[in-house]
Design a protein around this ligand. Structure first.
Ligand code: GUN
Length: 299
């Protein structure tokens, strides 16, 4: 392997320690304990494990998590009633509805129902609009984590050509916007590729920064990467592995031999995933600070 691995786990640990200090300071100054409502509908194993990891991180940071588990057959009305209750609860400063929701539920309507000041995922139309306009908002956690990883890796974005693979509302579209913003962490020229892009390699080979968020293992192979590029692998794919304790292992969207070509690379697991959780904690602390009427912290 020639690529230097970008250690998301270590960066997330530093970030979480800073958040823990911030939580303690907020409690001491105002008596407010940051609280996050965490809503999981159904029992998708991957979603369950993400939610458990988020709840554990909240607890470690000294925050309160209000865990809400709803069965697969929950109706839209029942779910909206839960959101309304969390919106009205003064001890809940942030609300997270784990996506995807089971079939039959309208995720857009559910997200729209979240009060924007509690939208620590940055998914509501109000937050997305603010982000697009460059106004103050909660940045979505995975793209925000990617910006921190690039900074940590020492990969400049200004003047770089960033190529994003995947156009999801959670990762691809927001990171495309953030990298093209004016100022620190932005000023990149960005190309957004997706399932309808012909000859993907023609684009990815031009990338100084390659962000792969397609949700499909093997999306990027070694010959699709420019030697020395910084590659951020956002994929978290469960592949069967009979030798593993739980019968599966995690694979990113990049083939293993991308590490032979890239200059810097995020591992899976241990790259983007831990930073997503760390950014959620930061946003929840910020939401609690605002609710407590304290000074705004700019990260
Ligand atoms: N599903 C995949 N990523 C995320 C995330 O960052 N937040 C939520 N709520 N659901 C997700």
């Amino acid at each position: 392997m020639s690529a230097e691995l970008i250690d998301g786990k270590a960066l997330a640990a530093e970030t979480r320690a800073r958040v823990r200090d911030g939580v303690a300071a907020l409690k001491a100054a105002t008596g407010v304990t940051p609280g996050l409502g965490v809503v999981l509908v159904g029992d998708d194993p991957a979603s369950r494990s993400y939610v458990t990891a988020k709840e554990r991180a909240l607890e470690e940071a000294g925050m309160r998590s209000v865990d809400i588990r709803l069965p697969e057959g929950t109706t839209q009305g029942e779910l909206l009633a839960v959101i309304a209750r969390l919106n009205a609860d003064p001890e809940v400063h942030g609300i997270l509805v784990q996506l995807p929701l089971p079939k039959g539920l309208d995720a857009d309507a559910v997200i729209r129902a979240i009060a924007p000041e509690k939208d620590v995922d940055g998914f509501t139309p109000v937050n997305v609009g603010r982000m697009l306009l460059g106004q103050e908002c909660f940045l979505p956690c995975t793209p925000h984590g990617i910006l921190r990883l690039l900074e940590k890796a020492g990969t400049p974005t200004r003047g770089a050509h960033a190529v994003v693979v995947g156009r999801s509302a959670i990762v691809g579209r927001p990171i495309t916007n953030l990298l093209s913003r004016k100022g620190a962490g932005g000023d990149a020229t960005v190309t957004l590729c997706h399932a309808a892009t012909p000859d993907l390699g023609r684009f990815t080979r031009q990338a100084d920064i390659l962000i792969v968020a397609a949700g499909r293992p093997g999306t990027v192979t070694a010959e699709m990467v420019r030697p020395g590029a910084t590659v951020i692998d956002v994929g978290v794919n469960r592949v069967p592995d009979p030798t593993a304790r739980n019968g599966h292992r995690l694979r990113g969207d990049c083939d293993a031999d991308v590490a032979e070509v890239a200059g810097k690379l995020t591992p899976v697991p241990g790259g983007v995933g831990p930073m997503t959780i760390a950014m959620l904690l930061e946003n929840t602390l910020e939401a609690a600070r605002r609710a407590a009427g304290g000074a705004r912290h700019v990260h």
